[in-house]
Design a protein around this ligand. Sequence first.
Ligand code: AMP
Length: 284
Amino acid sequence: MQILHTIPAVRAARQDAQGSLGLVPTMGYLHAGHMALVRAARAANDHCWATVFVNSLQFGQNEDFNTYPRDLPRDLALFEEAGVDAVFVPEAETMYTADFSTYVDVAELTDRLEGAARPGHFRGVTTVVCKLLNIVQPHRVYLGRKDAQQLRVIRRMVRDLNIPTTIVPVETVREPDGLACSSRNVRLEPHERQAASVLYQALQAAQQRYTAGERNADTLRAAMHAILAPEPLLNVEYVSIADDESLEELTTIEGPALASLAVRIGATRLIDALEFGGDCTSTR
Ligand code: AMP
């Protein structure tokens, strides 16, 4: 496995990589969710590359950039074991020179949900992902459905800016109790970790109502709140039933919809999402 630190090194290795290339962008501290993206990328491409970069630009001033978990040697060993061909691990200065001044902004879609809760977050995400796509030039990019708004925002950027790559969504990998795997889960104290299982239970409660025919979005939001509210360790930031594409909050569900939520448990912020009524296997 090649470990690439500079953009010229990536360009040279990329020239040598004939055939299709699938990219898995990450912030490292790998878990089973990341590895599912790697498996999907490996299965469908001649080459599987990954990136590890904790992108300061997507963290707010009071967010956890400094304490974000990091373990590069472990990440590299896991990637190697999983058959990744090359990993791009840039330094911050490689991605952002001192006079860096160009940003990518996806409008409207980023005003809601995570965008509203974390001003500037998606600008950081789209800017770094656009750069990574320009640097690596993959045929396909593998993104997790857990970060549902991120997936939609990047898909919109790729479409709007005609970036020649295909976005491939990958199903959320969960712990046995349903909690979505996340690098931030390690920060949960044991009692917080136990409480965190209500996130998926809340999404499932909404899904059960939806499957039973309920289409009133307030009723589904209430079903999620009813599961979250009794858990005293939880601080609910938002609970959403939104249009799957525009992410506008719905009154009545008439097409594909996205149930999503964000909560704080102690110092840790967790998000999760489930899609209703769409074709989960599509690459829409
Ligand atoms: P991160 O390292 O958290 O920036 O995540 C890198 C990629 O892994 C993103 O596309 C995430 O959506 C994806 N991802 C994170 N958690 C999961 C999970 N539990 N299941 C599937 N994909 C995930």
